[in-house]
Design a protein around this ligand. Sequence first.
Ligand code: GLY
Length: 381
Amino acid sequence: MAVIGGGVIGLSCAWRAAADGWTVTVVDPAPRSGASWVAGGMLAPVTEAWPGEEDLLALGVESVARWPAFAAAVAEAAGQPVGLRADGTVVAATGSGDRDELDALAAHLARLERSVESLTGRALRRLEPAIGPDVRAGLSVPDDLAVDNRMLLAALVTAAEKTGIEFDARSADGVATEAGRVTGVRCAEGPDIAADVVLVCAGAHSAALHPALTGLVRPVKGEILRLARRPGAFPAPRRTVRALVDGRPMYAVPRDGDGLVVGATQAEQGFDTTVTVGGVRDLLRDAERVLPGVAEYALLEVAAGLRPGSPDNLPVIGALGPDGLLVATGHHRNGILLSPITADAVAALLRDEPVPEPVRAADPARFTHGEESPGARVDQR
Ligand code: GLY
């Protein structure tokens, strides 16, 4: 089996498949880079919920429930920690429009029977003293977690290597097929990599790898900052802080050892990963408004990644196109969150078993206008 893409989804799926007995090659010139490397690491299906995206919420809630076991299994296989944080998440609102939006989110979540607690600004500051006086109201969502994405990626690569996965550092040009079935991966240089099953997990770059994926994934740029508390500066929050600042969404995800990841802008500008002055300015201004102490922090890194957006914001997970072609892409803002359930779904597809129930909404067949998804069975090792 060949997996195109060594980001968090490719590595998670490859590791699970190898643990199930598959011989796996991961094809990627730069594993653990791209959006997975830039990510904030929120595991936050509830605080990222959006009315009308109930299938995505159900998928995320099921995946976050799988996170503790997934983290423990990866850490055990790798012999190194993955940096899961179980301190929960708070949401903060500043202006009156932001409070209205927060109230609408709370009402939406209450209708869906999700556990959230509405708080005054003062009650929020009692929970998180780093939150400043401009914050007027908030929510506490204890079940939304976070992970250090870079520790996770390092652990996944180690676990993959220990499980016998091969890494091929060539660029994949496409999925090779013959007589309606997959034969391997075409590379920019050198011979094809032979494989009966190819799993495309190339994030925003997936669409170019096979005609069946055309139009299913597009790049959605996000800029992010990495900060570190300096001695004497106000302590960072313990929980992830999501905030609305004059209508702009912002988040700050704490790291062990005084780090703080602040994100993220969102823009559709093709495959451009330039970090812009305006993006950094907005993030710094909004972060300081919500967490005034960050003005004394060190600014360590600015970066941009390309989220793989899909037409309906749900990922694309399943069999597609010629026999033997599987896809797990289009995770948009939720790649890290959805890694455990995506790996479980791909493991089920490889065993020719049904995927977990919430993954059914992510079947690529939804884009084939009711036609039966070709190649729905994968039974070759
Ligand atoms: N999941 C947060 C982001 O995509 O910015």
